[in-house]
Write a protein that binds this ligand. Structure first.
Ligand code: UT7
Length: 326
């Protein structure tokens, strides 16, 4: 019996032009290139200009993805943006983007806030809608301007984050319904609200009418990030009916190279199969996975037929995984 599956038909990304190096940061707070690179693997990150908005980065990433997919903007019949740094409190950044992209009136548009797991959450929503036959072509974006909620006097956090956007286009196609199909083979998402305080903004619209700054208990997050990222891959592989040995590429959330190393070891995935961008992107939250995916496609690493495993973990806590055969 045939089934509908979401095919990944195009990806795109956008990074702001401005680059901030570890040496630049060492002139702003008491830190060093040595500390940042050995503890996190980060060497530089991109920072948006004051008038460069999350929707602007999203737009450029979307245009690239649409071009790579070889479709027309009007063919997109669902748009979803994962972000914690939307342009305005409301409406959704996705709605703004819909207008900018000239999508047909009536095309549903929404944002999702699942922090660093946002792209996996948004992809699950899009995939489910495609499989139900509600939409045919979904534009899924992860985009952040985290620099705008970063306390640039706090060395515990300001060395970690960056700005950027990644986009993916998923399209419905009939498949045989086996584990050898192409397309999204599994998605799995989780949350545990009891961990809310370990990684959060200190402010909010309802709380004090401000956006606030990022606060993180790094050690607590580090401990839980590793098993969560492992679980995201293992559980989604199980749903897909595949094994670690079937994975051609692993695209983890890019927060810390030590975390990525440790997850790859636990999963027994060779680091040669792991896409690493944290060195030049820093942690871009919801943008991290689609940015890494799009860069890997642009570099010709991921090829037709490859099995890509993805897992993410972030504030909430939220976490999850996804398996795609390209
Ligand atoms: O995106 C969601 C997922 N996020 C993550 O997965 C992040 C998880 N956490 C981490 O990646 C790591 O915990 C950090 C990179 C945030 C911190 O690394 P750490 O090895 O856990 O360092 P630490 O927080 O234990 O700090 C060690 C020392 C402290 O000094 P003392 O107390 O030992 O004297 C800090 O004050 O390093 C100090 N320190 C710094 N020194 C230089 C903290 N930040 C800096 C800094 N430069 N930027």
């Amino acid at each position: 019996m045939t089934v509908i599956r979401s095919q990944l038909i195009g990806t795109g990304y956008k990074l702001p032009a401005k680059v901030l190096t570890n040496d630049d940061l060492s002139k702003m707070v008491e830190t060093s290139d040595e500390w940042i690179s050995t503890r996190t693997g980060i060497r530089s990150r991109h920072i948006a200009e004051k008038d460069e908005l999350t929707s602007d980065l999203s737009y450029d990433a979307a245009v690239m993805a649409i071009k790579n997919a070889g479709i027309k903007n009007e063919e997109i019949d669902f748009i979803i943006v994962a972000t914690v740094t939307g342009d305005t409190t409301f409406p959704a950044t996705a709605a703004k983007l819909s207008k900018k992209l000239g999508l047909l009136p009536g095309t549903p548009a929404m944002d999702v806030n699942a922090a660093c797991s946002g792209f996996v959450y948004a992809s699950q929503i899009a995939d489910n809608m495609i499989r139900l036959g509600q939409v045919k072509t979904a534009l899924v974006i992860g985009a952040e301007t985290l620099s705008k909620i970063t306390d640039w006097t706090d060395r515990n956090t300001c060395v970690l984050f960056g700005d950027g956007a990644g986009a993916a286009i998923f399209r419905a196609a009939e498949c045989a319904g086996t584990k050898d199909d192409t397309g999204v083979l599994a998605t799995k998402i989780y949350a545990d609200g009891s961990q809310f305080d370990h990684l959060c903004s200190d402010s909010g619209v309802s709380l004090n009418q401000k956006a606030g700054f990022i606060h993180m208990d790094g050690k607590e997050v580090f401990k839980i990030a590793i098993p969560s990222l492992v679980q995201g891959v293992e559980e989604s592989l199980k749903i897909a009916g595949l094994e670690v040995a079937d994975v051609d590429w692993y695209v983890p959330h890019q927060a810390n190279l030590r975390i990525i190393d440790s997850v790859a070891k636990k999963l027994e995935i060779d680091m040669d199969k792991v896409i690493v961008t944290v060195d030049h992107h820093g942690n871009t939250s919801a943008a991290s996975i689609p940015l890494a995916l799009a860069e890997a496609f642009a570099a010709g690493k991921i090829k037709k037929g490859d099995v890509v495993a993805v897992s993410a973990m972030g504030a909430g806590f939220t976490w999850g995984g996804m398996i795609i055969r390209v």
